[in-house]
Design a protein around this ligand. Structure first.
Ligand SMILES: C[S@@+](CC[C@H](N)C(=O)[O-])C[C@H]1O[C@@H](n2cnc3c(N)ncnc32)[C@H](O)[C@@H]1O
Length: 394
């Protein structure tokens, strides 16, 4: 076994972890041959040859995933004009598969409950087109701020709003313009707390409100969940023109069944053990850090609790008939199939869905039928587990 993974000498403790979780260690030998992937922004197809000439590399079409191309892992795209102009962006093909299984179409209201740094969010906005909205939530402010920068760079933020919030308790429904109260126009005109078009130079009142919220959070007076912090909204995200109490209106579980999100992605925090590139970083960070971040049983236990809570809350915010995708970049059963089983047992209105697109995916089936596992050896992608659910009316 050790010979197979000679390119990345893994410590014994990690090998034991892989064995205990039934993960084939040879996937960690595939790092050199795993390509990088990028997604071409829709509408830029005619410029493909020009982009190839600029980055001095052939882009190979990924036949099983529209809009995706693979390239050699040592090619840098960040300095290219195509990248700087937002025509291409890096996103692993397995991540693309997870997003594509949500079948996002124009008009959908989409929730991304663990959104940062935002590659999947960008793809969602690409697919959404000219109607609907995407709400991105993440508990890490600095990561979500990076996500905001990315949206602006790719000019994808028009229909997006970003909240720093705890995804296990986030409770805001999408803004469906048809459901905003009829008295809205006249009432709103008189109020001075309505959201105007986004600008980084926030009006003084808003900055004061945000600073107060941050202060309260850091002093633990208010739980993050009680006061999601809006750090960005696009012109057509539904926020402009709303008053604070309209934006932060909490809807009941009953209301959510009709006015909740059409699509939800729960790309949950995990041990990242399926990402060979991530594991490689521990060569520099030190294997002790790996012990603390990945192998520590207590950390895994608390992560599985978090994952289940994120999945449950994402599902609570899904409307009846909507679709939810749960994914992690861990390959352990505990963070994937066990979570799915536990969740299905506790939620009578949840049904695991077949993923039609998966027929063409180069991946393995998970332990439960209709769940899927990508890994570097089988799929030539980063590791990812994907399961899709719908909400039944009960
Ligand atoms: C796997 S990453 C998400 C990657 C992202 N979907 C993308 O495509 O770029 C998991 C994210 O979950 C966030 N996270 C952790 N705990 C959270 C919580 N309680 N609520 C919301 N986000 C959380 C982390 O900050 C991290 O950004």
């Amino acid at each position: 076994m050790m010979e197979k993974i000679s390119k990345l000498p893994l410590p014994k403790a990690f090998l034991n972890f892989l064995e205990a979780n039934g993960i084939d260690p040879s996937i960690y030998s595939a790092s050199d041959s795993t390509p990088r992937y990028l997604r071409l922004k829709p509408g830029s197809e005619a410029e493909l040859e020009e982009i190839e000439a600029e980055i001095k590399c052939n882009l190979e079409k990924v036949n099983w995933l529209p809009g995706f191309y693979s390239l050699s892992p040592d090619i840098q795209i960040a300095n290219s004009k195509a990248y700087q102009d937002g025509k291409i962006y890096g996103i692993d093909a397995a991540s693309g598969a997870a997003v594509s299984s949500l079948k996002i179409s124009p008009g959908d209201h989409v929730l991304d409950l663990c959104a940062a740094p935002g590659a999947k969010l960008c793809m969602m906005l690409d697919l959404l087109g000219d109607s609907g909205s995407v709400t991105g939530v993440d508990v890490a402010r600095h990561r979500l701020a990076a996500c905001r920068t990315m949206l602006q760079k790719y000019s994808l933020g028009d229909r997006c709003r970003l909240f720093v919030a705890d995804g296990t308790t986030f409770s805001l429904a999408p803004v469906r313009l048809d459901s905003v109260s009829k008295s809205w126009d006249s009432a709103v005109e008189e109020k001075d707390d309505k959201f105007r078009e986004w600008t980084f130079r926030r009006p003084w009142k808003e900055r004061k409100r945000a600073a107060k919220a941050r202060e309260a959070k850091s002093s633990q007076l208010i739980a993050v969940s009680e006061n999601p912090e809006l750090i960005f909204y696009g012109r057509h995200s539904g926020v402009v023109g709303l008053c604070t109490n309209e934006l932060y209106k909490i809807v009941s579980d009953l209301e959510v069944s009709s006015c909740g999100y059409d699509k939800v992605l729960v790309d949950a925090e995990c041990t990242h053990d399926g990402s060979v590139r991530h594991i490689q970083k521990f060569e520099h960070w030190g294997w002790r850090t790996l012990q603390r971040r990945v192998l520590d049983a207590e950390r895994t236990d608390s992560l599985t609790v978090l994952q289940l809570k994120l999945l449950e809350n994402g599902f609570r915010l899904l409307k009846v008939g909507g679709l939810l995708v749960y994914s992690t970049c861990s390959l352990t059963v505990a963070q994937n199939e066990d979570i799915v089983e536990h969740f299905l047992k506790e939620n009578a209105s949840a049904e695991l869905q077949e993923i039609d697109e998966a027929k063409g995916w180069p991946c393995k089936s998970g332990r439960i039928p209709n769940t899927f596992r990508f890994d570097a050896l089988t799929s030539r992608t980063s590791g990812l587990f994907v399961a899709k659910f719908t909400k039944l009316a009960v």
